[in-house]
Design a protein around this ligand. Structure first.
Ligand code: HMG
Length: 301
């Protein structure tokens, strides 16, 4: 399969990245990060999530973050919503789109959202109805698609079952999450081939954490499978509160460098993105998780 001419990058740093941050990050700092990303030309930003603040305290201020950002025309500002309550809060906050999130493994589903996979799908039904009524598009996530910290190996057919359920209930795009970053390009190709038997490739996305250093290779494998949407996190922020030891998502700067090198259009300015990533990394008192950002910054020293 030939490579796509353009790719959509879903920026998850402010949500997937910061949800796991040990130190508190103020709403003002999150707003600054999102505004920096908008200036860099990022077309899709997950601003936060409307989940129980007892489960994920870092996302408690998502309402304020939505209220404070400068929206750039052409950028979609989205939120995660695990249930109807979350959806209603996201709607009030002015989210353009929402995402529901399920898992391919029972162990992760229980730890992450306190219910079985089947119960989670049932819980999403009122979200889908309310979203349809409000004219809000819903993205669907499946976690642990290439391995689970609790249940171990996950069959691609099991991922396909959950992805198919989300798609059938109306999710316009299904993001397949390698939550613990154990996937390899071979497993990634097999996964997309299996799931694409049920869902068109242009409605699938790849979401790779870089724990084992395979994320860029997995994205390249995804591109070869005809996948045109990838999730990534500026400065490689993050991890997952329910997947111990998992590192952040693949860094957006590194994905952009890869795509630029392949002549694939994203609409994002690499220098401005590096600045955004360096600013949040400085604020968190650590070097950027992006190798491209570190290399570029050391060349400037
Ligand atoms: C789903 C629940 C709520 C179930 O949690 P529960 O305890 O079973 O739910 P509950 O309905 O019994 O509610 C418990 C309390 O939470 C409140 N509550 C209930 N819902 C909401 C809401 N929407 N917003 C705010 N508050 C809420 C509710 O009002 C109640 O408050 P209390 O009466 O005790 O004061 C909980 O497990 C939860 O919030 N989990 C979120 C976990 C999470 O955010 N994980 C990270 C995102 S997923 C991810 O990162 C993976 C991904 C997407 O990036 C892809 C990948 O890499 O794999």
């Amino acid at each position: 399969m030939s490579l796509p001419a353009s790719v959509k990058l879903v920026e998850v740093g402010a949500r997937d990245g910061l949800q796991n941050e040990a130190q508190p990050v103020s709403s003002a700092d999150k707003i600054r990060l999102i505004d920096d990303l908008s200036i860099a030309g990022v077309g899709y930003v997950e601003v936060g999530s409307f989940v129980s603040p007892k489960w994920v305290p870092q996302m408690a201020g998502s309402q304020d973050v939505f209220a404070g950002i400068q929206r750039r025309a052409g950028t979609t500002y989205a939120a995660l919503t695990p249930n109807l309550k979350g959806f209603e809060l996201a709607l009030q906050a002015g989210a353009d789109e929402v995402a529901v999130f399920a898992a391919a493994s029972e162990g992760f589903s229980q730890r992450n959202i306190n219910c079985s996979i089947r119960e989670s799908i049932q819980r999403f039904e009122p979200v889908m109805s309310a979203a349809a009524e409000a004219g809000v598009r819903v993205r669907g996530y499946v976690s642990c698609v290439l391995g689970c910290p609790y249940d171990g190996e996950i069959a691609a057919s099991q991922v396909a079952n959950v992805a198919r359920d989300l798609h059938a209930m109306g999710c316009y795009e299904i993001s397949l999450g390698d939550t613990i970053g154990t996937g390899t390009p071979g497993a990634t190709r097999n996964l997309f081939e299996t799931v694409a038997q049920h869902i068109p490739r242009d409605q699938l996305a790849g979401h790779f954490h870089d724990t084992y250093g395979q994320a860029l290779a997995n994205i390249y494998a995804g591109l070869l499978e005809g996948i045109q949407v990838f999730d990534s996190s500026v400065a490689g922020l993050g991890g997952c509160p329910y997947a111990k030891g998992a590192t952040g998502n693949v860094a957006t700067e590194d994905v952009l460098y890869l795509l630029n090198g392949l002549g694939i259009h994203t609409g994002i300015d690499l220098d401005a993105l590096i600045q955004a990533g360096n600013r949040i990394s400085a604020l968190l008192n650590r070097p950027s998780g992006s190798r491209v950002a570190r290399a570029r910054s050391s060349q400037l020293d």
